[in-house]
Design a protein around this ligand. Structure first.
Ligand code: M6R
Length: 610
C-alpha cells in the first residue's frame, strides 16, 4: 500500500507534491512526509497521522525548491510514528518506498554489522542505506540502483534524491505501481495517475524491473535487463477534476451519487446501435468455445460483485462458476482444465490487489485464460490478463467501494450477455429486453438516490446500536453481505450479512430488540420467502427495516420502516438499485458517529500487500 509522488520541473514543488499526496491518501494515511532538494541540500518534513499534519512543517522547507518527493504510509513494518514515516534518509540521500522488502531482516543485519545505524523500524531504510553505500563505490546512481534492486526480494516502487545531483530523481518499479506524468519541461510521478492528472494526461506506466532517471526535460528508462528503451506514452482518459470532491462532503458520498453516470458511461461504451460491442467487451481476446469452467477471484466488495455474477453467469453461459476469495484461492490447489479450458476472471477496482494478482499469475502459469474487470488501466492485473474490460467508473477515492461495485456488476453482466450471445445461448428477445432495461437504469438509480433524506433520518435513529444484521435472498443475500461490509468498515459497527434462509440455522439466536435488521426485499422470485423470514424475526420481537418498494403494503406492515427502492424486472439491475440503500445507510450512520468516512482506520484503498 502507501502512496508515492514526485515532481521535478520549473515550479515550486512543495504544493504540487503535497496535493499529489492528498490524492494518494486513499492508499494509506497513518504518516506522511516530503523531501525537497534545494541548493545541494535535502530538506525534509515528516509527521505521524494524516497528510494535513505536515502543513506546519512544510512551511519551513525552502519554498523555491523545484525537486521533491513525497510519501503517505500504510504501516507494514513498525508503528505509524514520525521516525517510521518516509522519506528515509541515508548519507546524502532521501528515499521513499511503496511495498514490502521481504528479505529486509537479513539485509538489515548485514548493514548493522557494517556499522550502519538505523533510525526506523522500517524495511525501507534498508534500501536507503544500500543505495547510499553503493553510491560510495560508483558515482552513477542508476548503477547503484540496479545493483541494490538485484538484492531486494518482494514488491516495491522506490524513488530517491541525492544532494549532489540537483536536477534528477531516480525511480524503480518492481511489483508495486508507478506511473510517470510528462508535462512541459516538468515531470511528475505517482503510485497512480490521480497524483498528477490535474497537470498532465501524458503518462508512462512503468513495467516491473524498469528504472528511470527523471529530469525536468525528460526521462531515461532502462528495463529489467538493463537495456535503455523508449517508453510508450499513454494519453489517459481521466480528466482533471475527476478525482476531486466536487462540492460533496466526502468522496464516498460523491461516488454514491455518481452511479447513474457510471451506468450511462458503461452503456455508451459497450452498447453500439442497441447491440453489445464484443470488442469493447474484450470478448475477442478470449476463446469462449474452449471454456469448460470459470473461476472468479476477488477480494472484499469486488468478491461480492463476483458472487453476484455467479447468479447470472451460470445460467447464461451454461458453465459452472466458482467464486472465491483471492486470499484463499491462491494458496490452495484448485482444479484447472488444461489448455485454456478454464477461464479465470479477476475482478478488482484498483487492479493492484496483491492476492488477486497472485491468483492471476498462478492461473496463467497453469494455462488458464485470464480475463479481468478493473477500473485502473495499466494496473498490474489489467496488464497480466489475456483479455480485459476496463470499467467506466472514473477514479474511486473513498476507501469504501461504491460506484466501483455497481460498475463491476454491470460490466460482468454485460460481458456475460455478450459471451452468451456469441455462444448462441441467449434468445434475442431476452438480450434486447436487458439492453432496453439498461437504458432506464440511470433513471431508476436517480430515484433510488432520492431516498437519501429518509435514510439520513433513519441513520440518526440507528447510529448508536452496536450490532446490525443484513439479510436477503438470491442476489439480495449478496447485497446483505455488501451492506454489512460497508457498515463495519466506515462506522466500526459490528455487522453481519446473511442469506435470510440461513437465519434459522444459527443467527436467529441474535434476534432481539437491540439489533436492527435490514431486510433487502425487492419484488423478485424470492419475495414471499424473504417476507416469511421477516415474519419469523418479527415473531421474536426483532425490529426490521426493509429495503424495497415503498408502495408494498405487506412489507410496510411488517417493517418498522421501509427504505424506498424502485422495483424493476431485471434481477441484476434490481440488485444494483438495492445496493444504494445499504451504501447510504452505512454512510450516514458513519457520519453521525463522526468517523473518518473516506479513510477509515486501519484500511487502505489499494491492498498491495498480503
Ligand atoms: O481494488 P480491489 O477491488 O481489488 O479491492 C478489493 C477490496 O480491497 C475492496 O473492495 C475493499 O473490500 C473495499 N474497501 C470495500 O469497500
Amino acid at each position: 500500500m502507501c502512496g508515492i509522488v514526485g515532481y521535478i520541473g520549473h515550479r515550486p514543488c512543495i504544493q504540487i507534491v503535497f496535493d499529489g499526496l492528498k490524492k494518494m491518501e486513499y492508499r494509506g494515511y497513518d504518516s506522511a512526509g516530503i523531501a525537497v532538494l534545494d541548493n545541494g541540500q535535502i530538506a525534509l518534513s515528516k509527521e505521524s497521522g494524516k497528510i494535513d499534519n505536515l502543513k506546519p512543517s512544510i512551511a519551513k522547507l525552502p519554498q523555491g525548491a523545484t525537486v521533491g518527493i513525497g510519501h503517505t504510509r500504510w504501516a507494514t513494518h513498525g508503528l505509524p510514528t514520525r521516525e517510521n514515516a518516509h522519506p528515509h534518509e541515508a548519507e546524502h540521500l532521501a528515499l521513499i518506498h511503496n511495498g514490502i522488502i521481504e528479505n529486509y531482516k537479513e539485509l538489515k543485519l548485514e548493514l548493522i554489522n557494517q556499522g550502519i545505524h538505523f533510525r526506523s523500524e522500517t524495511d525501507t531504510e534498508v534500501i536507503a542505506h544500500l543505495v547510499s553505500l553503493e553510491l560510495k563505490r560508483t558515482p552513477k546512481p542508476i548503477e547503484a540502483l540496479q545493483k541494490v534492486i538485484k538484492r531486494l526480494e518482494g514488491a516495491f516502487s522506490v524513488a530517491f534524491i541525492v544532494d549532489s545531483i540537483p536536477d534528477q530523481i531516480f525511480v524503480a518499479k518492481q511489483g508495486s505501481p508507478l506511473v510517470i506524468g510528462l508535462g512541459d519541461k516538468e515531470v511528475f510521478f505517482g503510485s497512480d495517475i490521480t497524483a498528477f492528472v490535474n497537470y498532465t494526461q501524458k503518462a508512462i506506466f512503468l513495467q516491473d524491473g524498469d528504472i528511470a532517471m527523471v529530469k525536468a526535460d525528460g526521462i531515461t528508462l532502462w528495463d529489467k535487463t538493463g537495456k535503455e528503451f523508449t517508453p510508450k506514452i499513454t494519453h489517459v482518459q481521466w480528466s482533471p477534476g475527476s478525482a476531486d470532491k466536487q462540492g460533496f462532503r466526502h468522496y464516498m458520498l460523491k461516488e454514491i451519487h455518481e452511479q447513474p453516470r457510471v451506468v450511462s458511461a458503461t452503456t455508451q461504451a459497450l452498447v453500439k446501435d442497441n447491440k453489445l460491442d464484443p470488442t469493447a467487451l474484450g470478448l475477442d481476446k478470449i476463446d469462449l468455445k474452449k471454456i469448460k469452467s470459470v473461476h472468479i477471484v476477488a477480494c472484499g466488495t469486488a468478491y461480492y460483485a463476483g458472487m453476484l455474477a455467479k447468479y447470472f453467469m451460470e445460467p447464461l453461459l451454461g458453465l459452472s462458476v466458482n467464486v472465491e476469495l483471492a486470499s484463499e484461492f491462491r494458496y490452495r490447489d484448485p482444479f484447472f482444465f488444461p489448455n485454456g479450458e478454464t477461464l479465470l476472471m479477476a475482478i478488482s477496482q484498483s487492479g493492484e490487489t496483491a492476492d488477486t494478482l497472485a491468483c492471476v499469475k498462478h492461473a496463467k502459469d497453469k494455462g488458464c485464460q485470464i480475463f479481468s474487470i478493473c477500473n485502473v488501466a495499466y494496473s498490474s492485473i489489467h496488464r497480466e490478463s489475456h483479455g480485459s474490460l476496463l470499467m467506466f467508473a472514473g477514479p474511486e477515492i473513498g476507501v469504501a467501494s461504491t460506484k466501483a461495485f455497481t460498475s463491476q456488476v454491470l460490466c460482468a453482466y454485460l460481458w456475460t450477455l455478450g459471451a452468451a450471445q456469441q455462444l448462441g445461448r441467449v434468445p434475442t428477445v431476452e438480450l434486447d429486453a436487458a439492453l432496453q432495461d439498461l437504458k432506464t437504469l440511470p433513471l431508476y438509480l436517480d430515484q433510488a438516490l432520492n431516498a437519501e433524506e429518509s435514510i439520513i433520518e433513519l441513520a440518526s435513529k440507528l447510529y448508536q446500536y452496536p450490532n446490525f444484521l443484513f439479510i436477503g435472498r438470491g442476489m439480495s443475500s449478496v447485497i446483505a453481505l455488501e451492506g454489512a461490509l460497508k457498515l463495519k468498515e466506515i462506522s466500526y459497527i459490528h455487522a453481519e450479512g446473511y442469506a435470510a434462509g440461513e437465519l434459522k440455522h444459527g443467527p436467529i439466536a441474535l434476534v432481539d430488540k437491540q439489533i436492527p435488521i435490514v431486510a433487502i426485499a425487492p419484488h423478485d422470485r424470492y419475495y414471499e420467502k424473504t417476507l416469511s423470514n421477516v415474519e419469523e424475526i418479527c415473531a421474536r420481537e426483532g425490529q426490521v427495516y426493509g429495503i424495497g418498494d415503498d408502495k408494498d403494503q405487506r412489507l410496510k406492515e411488517i417493517c418498522v420502516q421501509v427504505i424506498p427502492c424502485p422495483s424493476v424486472k431485471n434481477p441484476v439491475f434490481q440488485a444494483i438499485l438495492s445496493t444504494v440503500g445499504v451504501q447510504f445507510l452505512a454512510y450516514h450512520i458513519a457520519v453521525k458517529r463522526g468517523t473518518d468516512v473516506d479513510q477509515p482506520r486501519n484500511l487502505a484503498k489499494s491492498v498491495t500487500v498480503e
